[in-house]
Design a protein. Structure first.
Lengths: 131, 113
């Protein structure tokens, strides 16, 4: 039982990680327009730095998550960041919008990750039932 | 059509990103959190992770999202293969199905972008 709840914690930590890294990416995008690669000082703009901080917090959560279970189960959870970015980006950048393709993609990703969580918890349970 | 140069950049980015997570996972499961910062394998992972992120930013500045997304979703496949090979994790049918689903979903989002 301990292992199963530990894996759920890992899942939740990974999802939290993607929320931070996705919002970090949105801040990066907002900051990227101010960056000129030939003028390094332009990297020090508020949105870009905020994006970096969010990314650091997200990566820290990922390290915590990695302690909780198999990488081949936890890593695909990173794909939920596509879900957050697709839904959040149109709110901040008016020229981006949602459409049928994106909704379909988001649904399939979420379904796959739920499947992964369900199957891995089932495997753990089967192992527990063994004498 | 994307250039061979960008294609290679994406592949290098995917490989270094996946390898980075493998190293981080090894470090995280081996050492308690307090000791991580003093371990070489942890910093190797962090540096590789940063490198792949930097490549990703450079690629995204030059290439359309709709091309980069599906290609970079190969990282899920590569990471799974590496974790089976180097971390001794088990491959299951469900992991395979979920992996295919994630890659399909990412491609659909790219088509809609």
């Amino acid at each position: 039982m301990a292992e199963k709840s530990s894996l759920s914690t890992g899942f939740l930590l990974m999802v939290a990680c993607t929320i931070f890294t996705s919002s970090g990416q949105l801040f990066w995008k907002a900051g990227a327009v101010k960056i000129n690669f030939y003028q390094p000082l332009t990297f020090f703009n508020a949105p870009f730095i905020a994006g970096c901080l969010l990314y650091v917090v997200g990566s820290f959560l990922m390290i915590l998550a990695l302690k909780k279970g198999e990488l081949s189960i936890l890593y695909p959870v990173i794909a939920t960041s596509y879900v957050w970015v697709s839904i959040l980006a149109p709110l901040f950048f008016p020229n981006e919008s949602m459409n049928g393709w994106k909704w379909a993609g988001i649904s399939i990703i979420l379904f796959s990750i739920c499947l992964l969580g369900w199957s891995s918890s089932r495997v753990t349970k089967v192992q527990e039932d063994l004498p | 059509m994307i250039g061979i140069f960008i294609f290679c950049l994406i592949i290098v980015g995917v490989l270094s990103g996946s390898l980075a997570v493998i190293l981080l996972k090894k470090a995280a499961s081996k050492y308690p959190l307090r000791q991580l910062f003093f371990r070489r394998i942890f910093w190797e992972g962090v540096i590789l992770f940063g490198f792949s992120l930097l490549l990703y930013v450079i690629i995204l500045k030059r290439e359309e999202l709709s091309v980069v997304y599906p290609l970079s979703s190969i990282s899920y496949l590569v990471t799974t293969i590496l974790s089976v090979k180097y971390l001794g994790e088990k491959m299951t049918v469900w992991k395979g199905v979920a992996l295919a689903g994630v890659m399909l979903g990412v491609t659909l989002i790219a088509i809609g972008s």
